[in-house]
Ligand binder design. Sequence first.
Ligand code: XMP
Length: 318
Amino acid sequence: DWTPDSFVEETVQDLKDQLKDDKVVLGLSGGVDSSVAAMLLHKAIGKNLYCIFVNNGLLRKNEYQSVLDQYQGMGLNVKGVDASARFLDALAGESDPEKKRKAIGRVFIEVFDDEAHQIEDVKWLAQGTIYPDVIESVSATGGPSATIKSHHNVGGLPDFMKLKIVEPLKALFKDEVRRVGASMHMDKALLGRHPFPGPGLAIRILGDITPEKVRILQEVDAVFIDNLKKWNLYDSVWQAGAILLPVNSVGVMGDERTYEKCVALRAVESTDGMTADWVNLPYDFLQKTSNEIINKVKGVNRVVYDISSKPPATIEWE
Ligand code: XMP
């Protein structure tokens, strides 16, 4: 019988047997999967696990520092690398969703590789890949339903990194990953975090990306997410976020006509991200959140709510 406790016990033992005294490098994303994978490896090999947490400049507001602090508090051997400028440079002027993903994937690999080279004699690359990641990237490689989206964090090992791959969560679904984390007494807020895409806010800013757009979206997203928490709605939603549309619309403030940005809010229920329904958030909540966003975030004068389910819409807009 599968239980989180027995999974932890067996996996930690298997990792010890497999990795012995080898060094392992792992990219932490701040998400549940890579964090739980790191904790299992930490239990198995301790300081031989070298974690790297890259700031791509496209994370949520204040997330880089707070997540890095949290990882350090968990005793992980983690190095934070702020590569925001490198990512934003690579994205400048690019509007095509897949090209944005590829640019981010490429820079991530460059940054990660630079860091990995600094770990003497590292033998393994650990990844927090879970079962649905495996399925979606397999189905994206062939067949009529091909080319969904290039999920850059799956299987993309460049030739020059001659590392063996270890993926302790490969057979698990998200809810099982959370249960495994809980059985290792990991922080509830960390385990309950919504999934967040590797390319981050880049695929929630439709069109090209500028530091100003990133700032606007971070502010909007923070209001939305904080309110979901305040209203006790966060845990009943599988994933939520805001999208900055490449649309200006006319508004009015005092006696002045404005011509400013429009944002969409999205919240979905799902079990694995493969299908999803939009969440029927209370009108009161939407009203207060919309007012707060428009009042607080300079440059935004209109908020809409996305009522599309997957399929045929995807969760992300790009
Ligand atoms: P879609 O938009 O395809 O998203 O319905 C399904 C789930 O996958 C996440 N997602 C990504 N995650 N890299 C990632 O690591 C990506 O390029 C990517 N695209 C989508 C999305 O946030 C949702 O949870």
